[in-house]
Design a protein around this ligand. Structure first.
Ligand code: SF4
Ligand code: SF4
Length: 184
C-alpha cells in the first residue's frame, strides 16, 4: 500500500524526527500515564502516544485528542525515570498538528481560544469563551452544534454575563508559559 502524500509530508518533517528523538529512550514503564491528571480523558495515554510515535504512526499521533488535553503540568516530565522531555514533546506535537493536519484545527481553535481567554479574563467566562472559539474556528456550523448544550446550561443558570473581576490576574502566568510552548 502506498502512503498518502499527507503521510509522506508528515514523515519527512524534520520537526517530527526531533520529537521522536525526544522520546526515543522510552522504556514503556507507564509512569507518565499513571502520573498524568488528564490521562482518563485522552484517547491515547502518554505512554501509548510515545509508542505510536516510535512505531511511525504519525497520523494517529497528530490526529489524537491527547495532545490537546495535555495541560502542561510537567508531572510526567518530572517523574519519567528516563528523564525525557515529555511536556516539550507534547508542545511540539501540538504545533505540528496545527501546521500539518488542517482537519484538527477545530481542536486547536478551542485550545487557542481557551488560553487567550484565560489570559484576558483570568477565569472561564463560558459565553465569552465559546464566542471566541466560534470566531476562531471560522466554521458557521459550529455554533449550531452547541445549541442544545447552550440551552441546557442556560436553563441550569450556568451561563453568565462576562465580568471583569479577575481580569488580567493570570496574564503574567500565561505570558511566562507561552515561550515554553514555542508560542509568543
Ligand atoms: S515515564 Fe518515561 S520511560 Fe516511562 S513510559 Fe513514560 S516516557 Fe516512557
Ligand atoms: S504535562 Fe501533559 S501529558 Fe504530562 S502529566 Fe501533565 S497533562 Fe499529562
Amino acid at each position: 500500500m502506498h502512503a498518502s502524500t499527507e503521510t509522506l509530508s508528515i514523515r519527512e518533517a524534520p520537526a517530527l524526527a526531533k520529537v521522536r528523538e525526544m522520546v526515543m529512550g522510552c522504556m514503556q514503564c507507564g509512569t507518565c500515564s499513571a502520573s498524568c491528571p488528564n490521562a482518563f480523558a485522552m484517547d491515547y495515554t502518554p505512554r501509548q502516544l510515545w509508542r505510536l510515535l516510535l512505531l511511525g504512526q504519525e497520523q494517529e499521533v497528530l490526529g489524537s485528542k491527547t495532545i490537546y488535553l495535555c495541560s502542561s503540568c510537567y508531572t510526567c516530565t518530572v517523574r519519567c525515570p528516563r528523564g525525557l522531555p515529555l511536556t516539550e514533546a507534547m508542545h511540539a506535537l501540538k504545533r505540528l498538528a496545527w501546521e500539518r493536519l488542517p482537519q484538527t484545527r477545530s481542536r486547536a481553535a478551542f485550545y487557542q481560544a481557551f488560553v487567550e481567554h484565560i489570559r484576558i479574563y483570568g477565569r472561564v467566562q463560558e459565553s465569552a469563551l465559546m464566542a471566541r472559539y466560534f470566531a476562531k474556528s471560522r466554521d458557521p456550523r459550529l455554533p449550531l452544534s452547541f445549541t442544545a448544550a447552550g440551552l441546557r446550561l442556560l436553563r441550569k443558570g450556568k451561563l453568565h454575563v462576562p465580568d471583569a473581576s479577575h481580569k488580567g490576574m493570570l496574564k503574567r502566568v500565561v505570558d511566562a508559559a507561552m515561550p515554553k510552548e514555542g508560542r509568543t
